[in-house]
Structure formats: structure tokens, C-alpha cells
Write a protein that binds this ligand. Structure first.
Ligand code: MN
Length: 457
């Protein structure tokens, strides 16, 4: 509220229940921005913040369902209006049915109205008339024509998008957020290590995915942060392979891109390891190339380096080409770089992560990364069976992803292999959040073969 101009009104709406089929609903997850602003976890809720000259600087009104003993008997307890004030620090709490009329009245007296389309809207951002009507329609206290009048007369001249303002705040993690994200990455990292041990030839990818999710859930994760990729052999060439229904064979590698959500925050880790527990020499060579690229990139994840995500990506392509040439590829000139960027490594180097897996919508890829950001670093290589690439590497896919983190963790001591790690950007050094997922070849093989002590996990 401090950062917004005087005479500003902020409106944020919560999520609504989504249905798998008919009346069969999915487990509810709150809309991210609304949750960030309120911490309130009930569906069909909304908040209005009015900038004012009080010592707090604003007035907060929370709209929610309130108590209803008949419904609570079926669906569980709800927060009373009194408790919404006491526990969520609202100045006032009102039934959500009042939301449209309160909004209409307030919008008329403020010069700037920050609001977004509802989170379930396909349009995602910006405000269409249809989205606004849907947004207001969870109360049936007003007629559609009133909504239309509201949209036409009040909103278009004053409205601003709220999401970019909230994104600025969300991109820099507070200390409590860092602690939770470290825990989320720990749970996922340990689950990766244990899943390496669990994997044996002739299992299904589904068994392996289930085992990973079970391990995370048993450690307190509320849900996976995304549908996991568990891709054996050539399936790894499909970047977002999520069928996860094939048998894994001896001699293949398996790529797992999986992470849990823990207390509202996502984790995102990728590891690639041999089904047999031992890399072949070609697998080890390709893996080492990706790992080398990844480790070099992580050392650049500092504020002091004054580097943007775009520059990191560009750097990752150059490093990847040089590493692949070192092991026998022939990637020279514009054609060679084209092969790297379009065929062998066709995705981006990473993305910001936090409450959402991809907090990228309003992230400026061309601005320098700053201390307190968490971004993933996930170079990969996917070699099709094409005659211009060395036969030994055909049909291999490797990605290593980490989230660099917040711990005072020197990169020189970081053990990292072909995987996707989460990196916390620090002033002078990055911290790898996902340190518990083995990354060096010896560590990966050790985890697969049961030689790593997983007991503290
Ligand atoms: Mn990722």
C-alpha cells in the first residue's frame, strides 16, 4: 500500500472450488496473490484495501462465507467474521454477498482501482467485461445489468492491474519465506535421493512417481507443486513428459522433474540417474557436460554479478555448446548454435519460483537478478537420433535443476550433478536450496546403490 499512489483501492479475490467431473471437486488451493496478501485459505473470499492516512496506511475489509452450521456439518469449520478480524488483522469482515455493493460504492470514490481478472479466468490477466462479471457473480445479490453498469461506468477509467504490483513484492523473499522454501526443497531433495535408491529395472515410471509423492506427503507436503516428469530412456526427450506409464529398463537413464509444495511454497528439482545404478561411459560424459554447465551458471547467480536471466540463458547456450563440442559434438558457427538452441537445449535456463512454480508472468528477464530472489537453474540436453549428432548419445535426455537458495552455503562446496536445482540469489554468493538431492556422479551412483547414508532423511 505504501508503494501505491494516494487515493488507491486494492481488490483481490480468492480462488473458487474446481471440479474434476460433475460434483466431484479437487482439493482446494487458494489463489496465490490473494493468499500472499491475506493468508486466508477459504474459497469464495475477497479482500479490499483502501489506502488512507491512518498509522497503518490502509483499511482492510475481508469478505468471506462466515459461519453456517448446516454447511459446516458437511464441509468443515469456517472462519467467523470476528475471527477474520482477530486472526487475519482485518479492520472489518463481511459476508461475501456484500462484496459487489461495497466494491461498487468504494470504486466510485477512489481514483485508482488495482484489481485483476479472477484467478480461474482463462484470460489470466487484464480485465474483460466477462471476467469482471464472473468475478462478481459469486454473489447473486445483484443483477447482471448492475454488473454491466459497474464495469462500464466505474472500472475502465480507473483500473490498474494488481498482479505486477504484487509480483514485485513476491519476487524478493523474506526470511520466513526463505526458511519455508528451504524446507520445501529439503523435502523434495531427500525424496529424490531416496527415489534413486528405490528405483530398479522393470519397475514402471508410475511406481517411481508414486514413491516420490508418497515420500513428500509423509514429510508434510500438502500437494505436488506440479505434475511430475518421470521419463525413462528416450521419453526424456519430451521436455514435459507426464504420461509416466512405461517400464524402466536396465541400461537406461531416468529423468525425474518433481517437487513438492510445502506450506504454500513450491520446490522444483530435476535429477537424471542410471536405472542400473551405474552410468555407462557415454551417459557419464553427457551428464558431466550438463553438470559442468549448471555449476558454472550457479556461480553467476549473485547480485554482485549484475546479470539478468536473459544473460544467464545466453551464457548457458554458449557453455552448453562448448561442453558438447568437448565430448565429440560438432556444433560450430550459426548452424551449431542453432542446433543447441532449437534442438539439443530448446528450453529456457530457469525461472523464478515461490508460491507459484513459475513466478514468471511479471518478471523482467532483462533486469539484473537481485538478492532474495529464488530462481531455478535447469540446463538440459536432449539428443535425438539424428546423423549430425554422435551416435553414442542418441536418445539420451539429461536435465539437472536446482533452486539456488539462502543458506550461507559456499558454491565451491556445493555438490551438484545433472539436475534442476533451486538457487537463492545472494549478494556475493548463491545458496543452493536443493542440496539434499545428489548431483555429482559419485553421489548419484552412491544414492542409487544404497551407499549414501540417507538416514537423516
Ligand atoms: Mn523448473
Amino acid at each position: 500500500m505504501d508503494s501505491l499512489p494516494d487515493n488507491s483501492l486494492v481488490v483481490s479475490v480468492g480462488g473458487q472450488i474446481k471440479y474434476m467431473s460433475g460434483q466431484i471437486f479437487y482439493k482446494f488451493r487458494q489463489a496465490s496473490d490473494f493468499w500472499y496478501l491475506t493468508g486466508f485459505e477459504e474459497p469464495d473470499s475477497a479482500v479490499i484495501l483502501e489506502k488512507n492516512s491512518s498509522s497503518k496506511g490502509y483499511r482492510m475489509t475481508l469478505f468471506c462465507a462466515g459461519k453456517d452450521s448446516a454447511k459446516e456439518k458437511w464441509e468443515g469449520a469456517r472462519t467467523s467474521f470476528q475471527d477474520a478480524v482477530a486472526h487475519f488483522k482485518a479492520d472489518d469482515a463481511q459476508p461475501v454477498s456484500k462484496f459487489p455493493s461495497v466494491l461498487k460504492t468504494l470504486a466510485a470514490s477512489f481514483s485508482n482501482v488495482y484489481m485483476d481478472a479472477p484467478p480461474n479466468s482463462r484470460r489470466g490477466r487484464g480485465l474483460s467485461h466477462k471476467a469482471i462479471m464472473k468475478y462478481l457473480s459469486f454473489s447473486n445479490s445483484s443483477s447482471r445489468s448492475e454488473f454491466e453498469n459497474f464495469v462500464d461506468s466505474v472500472i475502465p477509467s480507473k483500473r490498474q492491474s494488481l498482479a505486477p504490483e504484487v509480483a514485485k513484492l513476491r519476487s524478493i523473499k523474506s526470511d520466513p519465506e526463505k526458511t519455508i522454501m528451504r524446507k520445501a526443497a529439503d523435502i523434495s531433495g531427500r525424496a529424490h535421493a531416496k527415489t534413486m535408491r528405490f528405483t530398479n529395472p522393470d519397475m514402471s515410471e508410475h511406481n517411481i512417481a508414486s514413491h516420490f509423492e508418497y515420500l513428500c506427503a509423509m514429510q508434510g507436503s500438502q500437494r505436488p507443486a506440479y505434475v511430475p516428469v518421470v521419463a525413462s530412456g528416450a521419453n526424456a526427450l519430451t521436455i514435459h513428459y507426464t504420461a509416466n506409464n512405461q517400464i524402466v529398463h536396465n541400461g537406461e537413464m531416468i529423468l525425474i522433474d518433481a517437487g513438492c509444495e510445502y506450506n504454500g511454497y513450491a520446490s522444483d528439482i530435476t535429477r537424471t540417474y542410471p536405472v542400473s545404478g551405474k552410468f555407462s561411459s557415454a551417459q557419464a560424459a553427457l551428464y558431466s557436460s550438463v553438470l559442468t554447465v549448471q555449476k558454472k551458471l550457479i556461480t553467476m547467480c549473485t547480485e554482485a554479478a549484475n546479470i539478468s536471466l536473459s544473460e544467464l540463458h545466453r551464457e548457458s547456450c554458449i557453455l552448453m555448446r562448448s561442453e558438447l563440442n568437448r565430448i565429440g559434438f560438432n556444433l560450430h558457427g550459426a548452424t551449431g548454435m542453432g542446433d543447441v538452441e532449437r534442438v539439443l537445449y530448446p528450453h529456457y535456463v530457469g525461472h523464478p519460483i515461490g508460491i507459484d512454480l513459475h513466478e514468471s508472468t511479471h518478471f523482467d528477464r532483462n533486469a539484473p537478478i537481485r538478492s532474495g530472489m529464488v530462481i531455478t537453474i535447469e540446463p538440459g540436453v536432449y539428443v535425438p537420433a539424428a546423423s549430425n549428432f554422435p551416435t553414442a548419445f542418441h536418445d539420451m535426455g539429461i536435465r539437472i535443476e536446482v533452486c539456488p537458495t539462502f543458506l550461507m552455503f559456499s558454491i565451491t562446496n556445493a555438490k551438484v550433478v545433472a539436475s534442476q536445482d533451486e538457487v537463492l540469489v545472494g549478494k556475493d554468493h548463491p545458496t543452493i536450496l536443493s542440496v539434499n538431492a545428489p548431483k555429482e556422479i559419485a553421489d548419484v551412483e552412491g544414492a542409487c546403490q544404497g551407499l549414501l547414508d540417507l538416514s537423516p532423511f
